[in-house]
Ligand binder design. Sequence first.
Ligand code: AMP
Length: 397
Amino acid sequence: MLNKKSVDDINVKGQKVLVRCDFNVPLQDGKITDENRLVAALPTIQKLVNDGGRVILCSHLGKPKGQPLPEMSLAPVAVRLSELLGQEVKFAADPEVVGPNARAAAEAMKDGDIVLLENTRYRAEETKNEDAFSKDLASLAEVFVNDAFGTAHRAHCSNVGVTKYMKTNVVGYLMQKEIDFLGNAVNNPERPFVAILGGAKVSSKLSVIENLLDKVDVLIIGGGMSYTFSKAMGGNVGNSLLEEDYCDYAVKMIKKAEDKGVKLLLPVDSVIADDFSNDANTQVVNAGDIPDNWEGLDIGPETVKLFTGAVKEAKTVVWNGPMGAFEMPKFAVGTEAVAKALAETDAVTIIGGGDSAAAINILGYGDKMTHISTGGGASLEFLEGKELPGVAAADNK
Ligand code: AMP
């Protein structure tokens, strides 16, 4: 269990509460195309409103790099949040984020009111965690609530810097839920515990592999990263994604798995293509037998059986990263089969954000999972066994 104070441990009646949310939602022509992150933030906001707090929400959106770019304004989020909450969320349009407009909006609040500040990354100090903006944010409120799991692996003004200037720093329900699910799955799993890793690069998941090998019973590696393992074992990988510099690392991890008694499952066959395109010619070959000028873009049918078989026997499954270039339907078969196996098992299933979460939602399996993390990068760092700065900054119980 998380040893941090939460919104259940404070009394916010009549107080101004600054809540860092993760409203970093995809926008297309000013319309929100995936509102999962907004929905995930509602329980904390509702709790604070019901308790009579004056709720000042803040978040980043995209990467405006210190410029007040209109296309990255949080204005559309205020509109949609008002609808979801059934109550006005007043948008404090302000190019300085905490400038005259935001201060006036905060001053005019009554108990139970909600204000949303402008994109915190309009301020150049935000991502450098510089004091000036942290102090500005802290000057608006008496209590700070961090409910932004998606940015918890970063130390920025609006989630870490601000806590230096606040007396009370707690976490919200979403943050608590993320840490409890991920923490329990990784540190106290019902066994067999199976982790599935995929995605493009070994190099982006070095510490995850290393840390998980200390915890799991079975580690499955698919996707582009598996070809570096295949090459390391003497296979031919053709034009597949390959990080030659990490072949030694792959050998070390294969050895570590042996030493720890962890079953390391790698693809036994691949769907290969003569072009990186959905119209490419394809064939299935054994892993390590990929001819020159062909590239592996998905796991093959025998690998699907192997991986889904391991999922069926698991009591806890953590999944991060697709099994192939799943954005092209022709190469989404492996990723979809793994998603389906997770949807059909009674095991605890935890999806570590990013592409795997998107795939699960697109396939309509979202409500079949025990937990889908709202933070790709944050959940990966969590799986690395790191303490997240955004969590560390909250008051201990
Ligand atoms: P990551 O951000 O490392 O999780 O990687 C996700 C990306 O890896 C997705 O865009 C996939 O299309 C890509 N990917 C996964 N497997 C392969 C593969 N075999 N070949 C090329 N790209 C892949």
